[in-house]
Design a binder for this molecule. Structure first.
Ligand code: PAF
Length: 280
């Protein structure tokens, strides 16, 4: 596996692959890789001639300086894992390589970015679109792989492709990978103590249990039940829980409104912000 940090070097490599008629798969990541990322990389390796994994903590998608500063950075371990998974290129650029000039582009994903993470993290999805479009322009992938844990992000990236001219590339959504306990894998879990990790299991447990009560409760009652159940656990505070139509991301008030209801949650455990979701 080659580790590349210069955009120009990667662009030369990509044109070479394209001349040879090889298919290119891209897995964009911010590093601190775990088994969730590994599942994306494995799929990418299996489905493409060349698998490129980007490892870049994108400053433009952070609206909280502390979150950016404390985001785990483990490039050496990441590269070892990527090599063992059969990735061909790890792209680990500096900020200047991705943004040689300040990126002033403004994307509009209305109404997808007006709910949930959108108002909670102003500018976040614009930053995600900036970096993902840059990565698409540099690597010209045939397929790009994203986890369903960031459910809203995945919907917004699909919309970015539809609206901003990336129609030829296939976005592949991959299921959430969980620990045996049910906890959704996340790079942020590295910031949890062992006892916090045990506490955090309460999030997925409440989501799974809420699937069983869905038949006897309406949408508002189910939402309230999830929020109350998690808030009752010492140390956890729900920021929001929305049950939305999985395609439009708009909140529903009646189960009959959609055949694809998805519950999306954000919870603070100490100062660690955890997200998860469940398909009802
Ligand atoms: O999901 C992530 O890790 C990031 O938002 C992404 C897609 C790599 C863009 O920085």
């Amino acid at each position: 596996m080659k580790v590349i940090s210069a955009t120009s070097e990667l662009e030369v490599a990509v044109s070479f692959f394209k001349e040879l008629g090889l298919t290119v798969g891209l897995v964009p990541t911010m590093g601190a890789l775990h088994n969730g990322h590994a599942s994306l990389v494995k799929k990418c390796v299996a489905e493409n001639d060349v698998c490129i994994v980007s490892v870049f903590v994108n400053p433009t998608q952070f609206n909280n300086a502390n979150d950016l500063a404390t985001y785990p950075r483990t490039l050496e371990a990441d590269c070892k894992l990527l090599e063992s998974l059969g990735a061909n290129i790890a792209f680990a650029p500096t900020v200047d390589q991705i943004y040689p000039y300040p990126d002033t582009r403004q994307f509009d994903f209305t109404p997808l970015d007006k709910v949930m993470e959108g108002p909670m993290r102003p500018g976040h999805f614009n930053g995600v679109a900036q970096v993902v479009s840059r990565l698409f322009d540099i690597t010209k992938p045939n397929r790009a792989y994203f986890g369903e844990k960031d459910f809203q992000q995945l919907a917004i990236i699909r919309e970015m492709c539809r609206k901003y001219g990336y129609n030829d590339l296939e976005i592949v959504g991959c299921p959430i990978v969980r620990e045996e306990s049910g906890l959704a894998l996340s790079s942020r879990n590295a910031r949890l103590s062992d006892s916090q990790k045990k506490t955090a299991v309460g999030i997925s447990k409440a989501l799974f249990d809420s699937k069983n009560i869905k038949n006897s409760k309406n949408v508002a009652e189910t939402k309230q039940w999830v929020v109350d159940t998690i808030n009752a656990i010492d140390g956890m505070e729900v920021e929001y829980y929305e049950i939305v139509d999985g395609n439009t991301l708009q909140p529903i008030s009646d189960w009959k409104e959609t055949s694809y209801p998805v519950g999306c949650i954000t919870v603070y455990l100490g100062d660690v912000r955890l997200i998860d979701n469940i398909k009802y």
